[in-house]
Design a protein around this ligand. Sequence first.
Ligand code: FAD
Length: 392
Amino acid sequence: MHLRLTDEQRMVQKTIRKFVEKELIPLENEVLRNEREGKPSLPEGKMEELQLKAKEAGFWGINTPEEYGGADLGQMMLAIVQMEVARTFVPFSFGGSADNILYYGNEAQKEKYLLPTINGEKKSCFAMTEPGAGSDTQNIKMTAVKDGDEWVLNGEKTFITGGNEADFVMVIAITDKELHKSSSGRKGVTCFIADRSMGWKSEYIHTMGEWGPAALIFDNVRVPEENILGEVNGGYDLGLEWIGFARWIVGARAVGAAERLLKMAIDYANERETFGKPIATRQAIQWQIADSAVEIEAARWLVLNAAFTLDQGEDNRHAASMAKLYGSNMGNRVVDRVLQIHGGMGYTRELPIERWYREARLWRIYDGTDEIQRLIISRNLLKGHVKVGQFA
Ligand SMILES: Cc1cc2nc3c(=O)[nH]c(=O)nc-3n(C[C@H](O)[C@H](O)[C@H](O)COP(=O)(O)OP(=O)(O)OC[C@H]3O[C@@H](n4cnc5c(N)ncnc54)[C@H](O)[C@@H]3O)c2cc1C
């Protein structure tokens, strides 16, 4: 067992930190200004420009297999990268990647959807959630009925990230009602790749965060048989795989953001004086700083364990749920304390803390709520799938 980063991991961490400090953090004021004026966080073309700069620094397709032009750095590296990038709220993602489930496509689908997504020519989104089925994914109602060599899709999806911008959606619909019922929703649903040009519509949903997801409306949208991703009636597992991929990454992002926020709080506590002394001399402030630092470290190890488990080719679902549950709650506690330490200033829009405060609240909801993570963790323990104290 070795609890230190390797030289290579340290080098990657340092390079990304430099990139974040040089290219992203200087954009923060512009991002805040744009968002307050109701404009997109980054002007058109800026993300692509940043992605190219990252590519020049060697970061492109971090987790994309080498045969598709990626670096395939593995999950530990991904964790390190995500923690670093999350030190700023400037929305940025590295180029050269695609949704994990698109790799299940056949050769024609890879040519038409996977490669253009990796190359940034097409934008994708994934749609499982419906107005009546969020945590309860087995309760979806959208139907797909076969008509000749096409399927006709009807229904509504909601809260779809990237749904306003996407060129195509990977959408889950019921294809066999009986099987769906008899298998308690685990079978009888299929994943379709539906181009926007096939006729689905998107509607912006306003949230307390900065980028609204979309409602997607399917009204007799005809999707050709060749656009089925994976097996007919086997779409549920693909859906779970898509959702599971990002789960522990939410924890990684919370660690990065909380580190930066804590640093802001430490600087402010040392500078801000009340009753003739810096607030850093008060135990009430010191304890908030200490608790935050301990919790950030705890979350970091949960995240690294989830990544490491996956790199070993083992099932990381239990570890991923723990990293997501603890990490996202830690992030919310830290941003709240940091806001408190800043007093009235923390509540203003002069500082980005309120911006982070609103973003952090989402971490406890999407990719499986707190309650669903607790359900998964306790079920694994109660059914004996995982033993108390089991260390991978
Ligand atoms: C900004 C944003 C982006 C999203 N992006 C996507 C996306 O790209 N694709 C996609 O398919 N979905 C997406 N979602 C949907 C997201 O995954 C769901 O919102 C989430 O799973 C919760 O579902 P729900 O909102 O229907 O809440 P519900 O499932 O209705 O839950 C309501 C409350 O009840 C609790 N609860 C539910 N069941 C139980 C239970 N059995 N025991 C105890 N408590 C329970 C929940 O934890 C929650 O507190 C996104 C959501 C948001 C807000």
